[in-house]
Write a protein that binds this ligand. Structure first.
Ligand SMILES: [Zn+2]
Length: 255
């Protein structure tokens, strides 16, 4: 059997960077987000503004009820989602190969729920923080939260640690990523993501300039495709199941 370059690096336990975007969660029933707000098209919201304006720190300051309305819509749309084969297989790879660095743009926590240690560049929704006194509400029940959730201690408006449209990436995640990128990778897998954010292209270029192989797994062409060594046109969950099969067949042959 002809081993794919991905399986070869996996079997060696080589250093691998995996970058995932919304496309990896499609098989879990989540819509492909355009940034944080891809549930929505290009048209304005009923309030006459764009989703990027509603999901911004500026809106959270001026009109927190409006910002919260759309945060809630986003969360409720994905509340039933469960990790799919791609999340589960990646978690198993990472367990076998601690040199695998997983970076995600997703805020859906599906990598973490599958058991991965993921660098969540755009934050997550597993808790709500009070920006005033620092009190943290873990695992909020999104269905029963009031329209404008407030801190039980100081009554300030609380919010999840997600990166809103006009905010910087979280410092801790960025420094973990920078530390990881200081060493070369043999393989970079870009799964269900696009070139929307310039740092994704930078990661691809860094993998290649250090001699690694950059592979895209995506059903369609993206802005990242032209700079890739290989483009695998496949849904993420199906692609990972095939890689898993290929690896298992090799192992059986070795025995
Ligand atoms: Zn507080």
């Amino acid at each position: 059997m002809e081993l794919s370059p991905i399986t070869r690096v996996l079997r060696r336990g080589g250093r691998i960077l995996v970058v995932s975007g919304a496309g990896i969660s499609v098989a879990s029933g989540l819509p492909v987000y355009r940034g944080l707000g891809g549930l929505y098209g290009d048209e304005n919201l009923p309030e006459g503004i764009r989703i990027e304006e509603a999901l911004s720190a500026d809106c959270m300051r001026r009109d927190p009820g409006l910002c919260w309305k759309y945060i809630r819509q986003l969360v409720l749309a994905g509340l039933q989602a469960e990790p799919n084969a791609a999340h589960r297989i990646l978690a198993a790879w990472q367990e076998r190969n601690p040199g695998l660095v997983l970076v995600t743009q997703n805020v859906d926590s599906l990598h973490v729920r599958a058991g991965s240690d993921a660098i969540e560049l755009h934050g997550h929704l597993r808790w709500l923080d009070c920006p005033s006194c620092g009190r943290r509400l873990r695992d909020p029940d999104w269905k029963t939260l009031p329209p404008l959730p407030r801190c039980a201690t100081c009554k300030a408006v609380i919010r999840p640690p997600v990166v809103l449209f006009d905010e910087f990436l979280p410092g801790k995640a960025v420094s973990r990523l920078q530390q990881a990128l200081a060493q070369p990778f043999e393989l970079g897998l870009f799964v269900g993501t696009s070139a929307l954010f310039p740092y994704i292209q930078e990661m691809r270029d860094r993998v290649r300039s250090a001699g690694g192989l950059a592979v895209e797994i995506n059903p369609g062409d993206t802005g990242l495709s032209p700079g890739m060594d290989l483009c695998w046109r496949e849904d993420a969950a199906k692609a990972f199941l095939r890689l898993e099969e290929e690896g298992a067949a090799e192992e059986a042959r070795d025995e």
